[in-house]
Design a protein around this ligand. Structure first.
Ligand code: ZN
Length: 216
């Protein structure tokens, strides 16, 4: 516990700036660059996109091509509003905490996620059951950090999902002229897969319950 009563995360969290603000493991730094655009080519059979120097590591086991990003956490400034492509994916598939990179918290009601409470006009009955989620789970100590520091979590709500299902990816489809289309979700097995470039993994949160925040 710190002097303020906040539990300390199990993993190691990088900090930044004079206030030593915690920087989530999944956050990108300005020294990390997306390296995709000029490397994309039309596949030799004309049916989809690929990299000029593609390796098996560029696709996931469903055959989806992933955007490339350099990996040097701690270089430059952190960007709290987006996620590093490969670290987000690692957290989603491994159910790792997006803040410290350690194992996410799991209890009898499932894995712990901290999400933004939708505004009243978007708060549909049953939310967040079936939510297509791009925010990785968290461990219990980091749930406190996230609720206090994340700018997008004005109204944080703790969710347990007993079955977070690997649903597909988020990114964009390209056309035969290698022009990018709008951002979209793509479920695994979709016919547009050969044309799609992924930059986030998507989990479908099922068997969800809302969890009361711990007493302050
Ligand atoms: Zn954590």
């Amino acid at each position: 516990m710190t002097a303020t009563g906040t539990p300390v995360p199990a993993g190691r969290v990088l900090t930044w700036g004079p206030k030593r603000l915690p920087v989530p493991y999944a956050a990108p730094w300005s020294g990390e660059e997306v390296q995709t655009g000029s490397g994309l080519v039309l596949r030799p059979d004309g049916n989809g996109i690929g990299y000029r120097d593609e390796t098996p590591a560029d696709r996931d086991r469903h055959g989806v091509l992933w955007a490339r990003m350099t990996d040097s956490p701690g270089s430059g400034r952190p960007n709290y509003r987006t996620m590093h492509i490969q670290r987000q994916r690692a957290c989603m598939l491994g159910l790792l905490c997006q803040v410290c990179g350690g194992p996410a918290d799991r209890d009898a009601k499932g894995w712990l996620f901290v999400l933004r409470q939708p505004p009243p006009h978007e708060d549909t009955p049953g939310w967040p059951e079936g939510l297509l989620c791009t925010k990785p789970p968290v461990c219990r100590p980091c749930a406190h950090l996230a609720a206090h520091h994340c700018p997008h979590l004005e109204r944080p709500v703790r969710i347990r999902s007993r079955k977070p299902r690997v649903w597909g990816v988020f990114g964009g489809a390209f056309d035969a002229g290698l022009r990018p289309g709008p951002d979209a979700h793509l479920p695994y097995g979709h016919p547009a897969t050969p044309w799609f470039l992924a930059n986030q993994a998507v989990l479908e949160l099922t068997r969800c319950t809302r969890e009361s925040p711990p007493a302050a």
